[in-house]
Design a protein around this ligand. Sequence first.
Ligand code: GCO
Length: 491
Amino acid sequence: MPIPGNAHTPLSFPADFLLGSATAAYQIEGAATEDGRGPSIWDTFSHTPGKTWNADTGDVAADHYHRLDDDLDLMASLGLRAYRFSLSWPRIQPTGRGPANPKGLDFYSRLVDGLLARGITPVATLYHWDLPQALEDQGGWTNRATALAFADYARIVGEALGDRVAIWTTLNEPWCSAYLGYGSGAHAPGRTDGAAALTAVHHLNLAHGLAVQQLRAVTTNSPQYSITLNFHVLRGHGDGAAEAVRRIDALANRAFTEPLLRGHYPKDLLNDTASVTDWAFVQDGDLTDIYQPLDLLGVNYYATTAVRLWDGTSTRQNNDGHKDMGGSAWPGSPQVEFLPQPGPHTAMGWNIDPDGLEELLLDLHTRYPEQPLVITENGAAFDDHLTTRPDDTHAVHDPERVDYLHRHLAAAHRALTAGVDLRGYFVWSLMDNFEWGYGYSKRFGIVHVDYETQRRTLKDSALWFRELALTRTLPPTAPVSAPPKLGASRG
Ligand code: GCO
């Protein structure tokens, strides 16, 4: 049988389907103390010994802040139709409150103008985890005031860019901000308190709802509004499989989708977590604020998660795909354990399961049939090797990444064909970057970054993605070996 999408059965995406790439401010920008930027929780965390691989920080990262024009040209050379980036809150409000820093806003204004000048649709995320440290010092996402401050920040950004940004995303993966940041301790600010994590869940949901309202009030170009969630696609094992799946689905998925898209918290979530918190932080009117119509729901997908009910005697397994920093990302559900999964795996140790993406899209379409979806992240880290050609140009042959992307795009296409209202696909990531707790040890880019020289080199996956973006048809998976016509290696 031919592989779907090969030369025999080309798979085409609709003319208005957004094919782009994604990044996040702290992961690529660098310039951490320049032009008035204040410290974020990720500056503090990464500078704390033992928190990141090799004590890596985002101080320089991919130096995107200083290489904006070259990076914009790079995107154009890849034929990208859309670019998903995030804004650094502490670049715009150094302490998370007060007047805007004009230099911070100016950077993003130039970015948006540069995208539009190259025919690339700007997709802006307000928050990809870099909370101003000054707000964390007052409790961070456990403090309701942070949600109100976020609404002010949204208004400032909306007033500055609300005539040009096409798609606004309030938050990226609030699951990570809440449960990894305040529960497991794997992410900044590194707290390990289950009640704090659930409090953060609610304040993040509230921040989203308030921000959408602020953006709506000030934007002038009829943009689309969205939030991006990292869904857990669950595989249940053993006798209590259904119960294990239900509990983790409530904490990881429905704790966000139900308030955002249905205006209430799931009853089973409140019951499961009753020994941890009474949810008194949910105030009258909050759910009305949170429940805002969304034009798009952003879906991030990398791998599946395997769970079963722990028998209480053997050593509890904790293979949930994130660094173990002592705390639990699963408040109220210590009876669920996370199992290792069969390969193949990426360099993150995450299993490769494209069917999980198709299932997720179909499941969301069934649960929320009115809701258009967009894949805002999908991609893979592999151990890439830079090779030098005889003519001194460089290449990275990454057939595993091409294969990963191909299979996931084919899965997305199957969902589209089955009737899912899927509007686009953004590969994570445009370029190698600071992979949070893993520092620079994991490379997710379709463009290779040499961190010594900041030279950019298109990997074979970038050339493959360019063909996809230009033709809107899945190209064959065979590794691209011919030297690229444009920008193979950028200094
Ligand atoms: C996330 C974030 C990205 C990551 C990527 C790979 O999903 O964790 O949005 O910032 O870098 O997902 O882990």
